[in-house]
Design a protein around this ligand. Sequence first.
Ligand SMILES: [Zn+2]
Length: 298
Amino acid sequence: MRLSIKEPVPQLFEAWELLSQAADAHLSGELKSAEALIHEANNPALWAWLYPEWEKCHLNVIDKLPHGDTTPVPKSERDTKRFLTSSDKVALLKRDGYRCRYCGCPVISPEVRKLICRLYPAAAPWDENSPTNRHMGLQALWLQFDHVVPYSHGGCSDVQNSVVSCALCNFGKDKYTLLQLGLEDPRLREVVQVNWDGLNRLLAVATPPTKLKFPTPTGSLTVNPVRPIGTYFIPGAHISAGYLFTPPIAGKERWFKLGPEVEATQADRRGAVGCVLKCAPNLLIRRGLSPDQFADVP
Ligand SMILES: [Zn+2]
């Protein structure tokens, strides 16, 4: 059994990081810098990654008729409520956070995306009719809600049968069942809360103000234009092809793209092999890691 239709790639987290930096830059009044970061997050490599599983969902099926699976039910027997209500969505975001329950990638709500597209139309294109003419970072991180048991199989449009999902996990799953796709039920895994607000912090300053449809989680990131650098030791981490990869921490691996402001070297501390990472503490916070917990003590 697999966790998701497709494993997230480092470019996805890179786009997330760039968009998050763009939000901070926008909120600090550095609009040119925000625009450049949004432009950089529009990475065509993400479409190459999304495309096959997104456009040809039937190819995601591993077993057409698995033993003991649910089957389509007549329309007359389906839930009379086709879509989730706003209060269902609020409850789901409170439970799951702004994170896909299948693949674990962070997500950004359509309200925030529309605001970014309105503020930076050249850097953030969005053609409703053509997935290839959309900002690829925003598309890959698109917040959606998925019926775990398909609606057509009698799955209800309620909180119990729904999870927060990214676009690929929702579109790639399409009308198929977990068994057909060989997917684990994401509801059986504990929710890993991360300190990520889905960029809702942008909505609070939008002009004219954009109605905040969904709640901002408590403890969401504060804007900090000054970026102090911390030194951290991550046991078991390794460096490969310009990235630092952590081992699973609370069940999830993380990536850090190395560069002028994110440096890493192999090191050992009291017999544990890993990496020393020098970067802004908020890079750890965005990945659900505590800077205090990983503070390096040479
Ligand atoms: Zn996903």
